[in-house]
Design a protein around this ligand. Structure first.
Ligand SMILES: CCC/C=C/C(=O)SCCNC(=O)CCNC(=O)[C@H](O)C(C)(C)COP(=O)([O-])OP(=O)([O-])OC[C@H]1O[C@@H](n2cnc3c(N)ncnc32)[C@H](O)[C@@H]1OP(=O)([O-])[O-]
Ligand SMILES: Cc1cc2nc3c(=O)[nH]c(=O)nc-3n(C[C@H](O)[C@H](O)[C@H](O)COP(=O)(O)OP(=O)(O)OC[C@H]3O[C@@H](n4cnc5c(N)ncnc54)[C@H](O)[C@@H]3O)c2cc1C
Length: 662
């Protein structure tokens, strides 16, 4: 086994223009945090208790069992090691990698819903148990018939004032809860979203705390039907489940009552906003923006390192085969996603800080930030997960045949991350939510209202510059202006389209549907403007080390220019940019890629994913791909014996029969 670093990768690292540790520090928030991160990762990755066979060699059942064991062990160790709450994600991501785990929903949605939706008395009753994993819960909202349309949920919670209980019922097959993570076999509690009925009147979906399995023998409680929904595209390590209730009674106190309340006599107390009940989803959407940047970073790390190790074809007759990353077409596949990974990494940080500030405000009773927070998180969640999806697949294909092998890590990364475009709000639906906010804001600006936050730019109409003006298409100010103009114009055009549909006689819902392609386009342009502007703003940070600001600026330029060229019609349509501008942009992309080429490996190294987290033979830090590919294949279950048992069962008699007939 080669212990040295592959010479091509070694050379790449020697020739880079900067020290990747400086960018690592910038990405994670300082050297102290990086130090802590590395310590915790190495603690987890070197712990023999977490070692197991490759998941790719296991059945779904084995994957679930392995991950259940591993995550329970992790909970115990986190407690024993007294790892700070703020640092736990480093340890956790080293233990589970990019695989979802059976406790993911407990930590990611069940606990946050208790924090965000439970009254103080309810927190006193359940939080200690939930935080200490004495009970395990999930977030049961989606039903077989409805995921997107929350108001269409069919599960009912009917208040019975005589006993002061809610009766939980699943009236139809389509009302079965379907999909919640950890529901099938792991959880004994759930936060259940159900339609609240009092005295025959419907009050819409509300969250309820419901026990579903016995705390003694883990059997489903009377009236509860629960199980696993079966194999999926990915997510083998999680028991996504189904759940139904046959008139199960729970105490009145089990409705989560921080905002809405039901008094003992059945009086309903309205929340300050009905949408506060959707709060956990907003938090998870903000998290998806962070995750999208990370998964894209992982995919480009794998594909970029491999593209430096992989040599193929002959560029010049008689010369050695070049590293495939030297093909400009290969750079054009990977570098825009390298730049996008940086863009979304930074967007994720801004999204989380907006989330923290707004949710602090909301929890103190000021809900004015709610619409902006919802619209921003919905649009960025959709944009970032879409880009990550396309990027992961592009990276896989850029690895040629070996990208198709599970050894590359890319199929599993994709299969586990692609549902980010579907869960927590299907992406088109989320873009339409953002569009709804944009239309409302645009109309307010027409009424002379001053807009704030991410839509402030809609107030001032930008004129189309005079023809013949030349621009420096590398100037980040020019690029931000172009994205801003495009977003404002597409918002305006969607509004005009909506108005035209109305004037043509359609009612509001039909007009909205007819204009929805334009509305999604407007929301997309708005979200892309936010990402480009955010990237550019982060570069103005005066504390940024000058040795890395040059290379980060190139990435920002590439991100903005690539988006501009890919969507050039939008920028050209009203003459804001000229054909010359777009041609110039294309040339700049080529020049930027040439400048980024020597720094490509250092730029992916800076993401600082240890091999144990990347889980990819192709993306290994040492680049010793080929020997490990062979070793990995030899470990495959089919290779446990030289002659497989199926030979004796099927192949042998078949061959013998054919030979006998000759
Ligand atoms: C590891 C992964 C685990 C995965 C877990 C899951 O997937 S869990 C399952 C995840 N499942 C999903 O994600 C389901 C996705 N579906 C949904 O979230 C909702 O059904 C909906 C938002 C699509 C529509 O909701 P609706 O029909 O009730 O609303 P409407 O369209 O009639 O608009 C009325 C007003 O409300 C506003 N508003 C809406 N939401 C919010 C909010 N969160 N905050 C603030 N405001 C919000 C909206 O902007 C509008 O404002 P306006 O213009 O009147 O001022
Ligand atoms: C891996 C995974 C894990 C999940 N975990 C959980 C969980 O823990 N808890 C939970 O409750 N749920 C969970 N879900 C469910 C998830 O939240 C839903 O699948 C998601 O919200 C999408 O809803 P849907 O399946 O009803 O899609 P649909 O709404 O049926 O989407 C189908 C198509 O219809 C389109 N469409 C629907 N409505 C509109 C509209 N108004 N305008 C335009 N187009 C529209 C969509 O764009 C899409 O193209 C999970 C799902 C997956 C895949």
């Amino acid at each position: 086994m080669a212990a040295t670093v592959n010479p091509d990768l070694k050379k790449e690292r020697e020739n880079s223009s900067f020290d990747p540790n400086k960018i690592t520090s910038f990405l994670y928030g300082g050297p102290e945090i990086v130090k802590k991160k590395r310590e915790l990762e190495s603690l987890a990755l070197n712990d023999p208790d977490y070692q197991h066979e490759d998941l790719n060699f296991m059945s779904q059942e084995q994957q679930y069992e392995t991950f259940l064991k591993k995550t329970l062990l992790m909970v115990t160790k986190v407690r024993e090691l007294k790892i700070d709450v703020a640092d736990r994600h480093f340890y956790r991501s080293a233990v589970i990698g990019t695989n979802p785990d059976p406790l993911g929903l407990h930590v990611g949605m069940f606990l946050p819903t208790l924090y965000g939706q439970a009254s103080q008395e309810q927190k006193d009753k359940w939080l200690k148990m939930a935080e200490n994993f004495a009970i395990i819960g999930t977030y049961a909202q989606t039903e077989m018939g409805h995921g997107t349309f929350l108001r269409g949920l069919e599960t009912t919670a009917t208040y019975d004032p005589t006993t002061q209980e809610f009766v939980i019922n699943t009236p139809t097959i389509t009302a079965y809860k379907w999909w919640p993570g950890g529901l099938g076999k792991t959880s004994n509690y759930c936060v259940l979203m159900a339609q609240l009925y009092i005295h025959g009147k419907s009050y819409g979906p509300h969250p309820f705390m419901v026990q579903i399995r016995s705390l003694q023998d883990h059997k489903p409680l009377p009236g509860v039907t629960v199980g696993d929904i079966g194999p999926k595209f990915g997510y083998g390590s999680v028991d996504n489940g189904f759940l139904a209730f046959n008139n199960v009674r729970i105490p009145r106190e089990n409705m989560l009552m921080k905002y809405s309340k039901v008094e003992p006599d059945g009086t309903y107390v309205k929340p300050p906003s009905t949408k506060l009940a959707y709060g956990t989803m907003v938090q998870v959407r903000a998290n998806i923006v962070v995750n999208s940047g990370r998964v894209l970073a992982k995919a480009v790390t794998i594909a970029t390192r491999y593209s430096c190790v992989r040599r193929q074809s002959e560029m010049k007759p008689g010369h050695p085969e070049p590293q495939v990353l030297d093909y400009v077409t290969q750079q054009y596949k990977l570098f825009p996603y390298l730049a996008a990974a940086y863009a979304f990494w930074l967007t994720g940080q801004t999204m989380m800080s907006v989330y923290t500030t707004s949710s602090n405000q909301i929890s103190k009773g000021d809900i004015s930030a709610l619409p902006e927070l919802h619209a921003l998180s919905a649009g960025l969640k959709a944009l970032s997960s879409w880009v990550a999806n396309v990027g992961m697949e592009e990276c896989r294909m850029a690895c040629g045949g070996h990208g198709y092998s599970h050894a590359s890590g890319l199929p599993r990364l994709y299969a586990n991350m692609t549902p980010g475009a579907t869960y927590e709000g299907e992406n088109t639906v989320m873009m339409l939510q953002t569009a709804r906010y944009l239309m409302k804001s645009y109309n307010q600006s027409l009424q002379g209202e001053k807009l704030a936050g991410s839509v402030a730019y809609l107030s001032g109409v930008q004129p189309v510059p005079a023809a013949g003006r030349t621009r420096n298409m590398l100037d980040l100010g020019v690029l931000c202006d172009a994205y801003r103009h495009r977003a404002a114009r597409l918002v305006h055009e969607a509004a005009v389209q909506l108005r035209n549909e109305r004037q043509a006689g359609k009612d509001q819902p039909d007009a909205w549907n007819a204009a929805s392609v334009d509305l999604v386009k407007a929301a997309m342009a708005h979200s892309q403007y936010f990402v480009v502007k955010n990237f550019a703003e982060r570069l103005t940070d005066s504390t940024l080390d000058s040795s890395i600001s040059d290379v980060l600026t190139r990435l920002c330029q590439l991100h903005a220019l690539h988006g501009l060229v890919t969507n050039s019609g939008d920028f050209l349509e009203d003459g804001y940019l000229t054909g010359t501008d777009v041609r110039q942009a294309r040339r700049h992309i080529n020049a930027l890629m040439a400048k980024l080429r020597p720094d490509a490996v250092a730029l992916v190294d800076a993401f600082d994913f240890p091999d144990g987290i990347l889980n990819s033979v192709l993306g290994r830090y040492d680049g010793n791909v080929y020997e490990h590919l062979l070793e990995w294949a030899k470990a495959s279950p089919l290779n446990k014996t030289d002659v497989h048992q199926s030979y004796h069962k099927y192949l042998k008699p078949f061959l013998e029969d054919n030979r006998a007939k000759l």
